[in-house]
Design a protein. Sequence first.
Length: 317
Amino acid sequence: MALPIVSDRAFLAGVFFNQLEMPSAALSLLSELTTYVRSTQPTESYKWLEAIPGLQLWTGQRSITTLESGEFSISSFVYENGLEIPRDDARDDSTGQVATRMVEDFAVRAAEHPIETLSTLIEAGAASVCHDGQFMYDTDHPIDGGTQSNDISVDISALPVSQHGSTTSPSIEELMLAIYLGVIQIVGLKDKRAKPINRSARSFGVLVPLNLMMAAGAAAGVTTVSGGQLNPLQAQQTFQLLVEPSPDLSWTDQFLVWRRDGTMRPYIFQEREGTKFDFLGEGSEENAKNRRHLALVERTYGMGYGRYTTCCLVTLT
């Protein structure tokens, strides 16, 4: 009689990686929000996060841009987990379906783990330093001649709308205008020489906590709201808007707007070693000593802040 599927290490590895590579909303969000960097060492230094200035008039000599000497570093860490399958349960699973389903679920959780790490990074941005020495979302990022902000507050009670709600349950009109103000803020951000850096931006994303999900979806999709007011997000036909709800965010009165069509994303996903999978089943020392099978997974990566000029934190007040 053929050995049960659960004892087939190669088969379960195939099940794991097939599921790991399946398209998912988690993987899509990761690519939306992060710039991927393949790492070869425990810590990487980034000197190219500062935006490159545009051209200027020739004055008889070259104008040479020197990137800031300060380095922004991101470290990679090992993330792991193990799944136990009791030996007797494995032997009773003659078709291998239980082990297969468990390994598939294990792969889904492994694929989604970077989103958990990213969500923690996103929420910490108002108090965590990025490449220019300021907080990722801050009101005083330095530029020539002054400062600029990618952290705005919107008093929803002062917005010109026919229906008002609260900061945790705003009306569609209020959230619509708040999102639009976040988009405007990003388009107006400048490089270190105080020149517009997002003038070609046309596609934006909005990351919202679940309590803002319904209003945000409606705000992005409706043509008009109560009273016949035209939706500026729809009226500006050259703009595209993607709404992404996140169950990982603990925000209730904040959301993030980011630019989707630039060369950089707001965050960096630095991967040193891709996902590894191993299965200790029939014939293994673990099976003999502890009467169990183990599915093991690990991944080595780091997350950090990219260019602050690609995003804006919006707080409803």
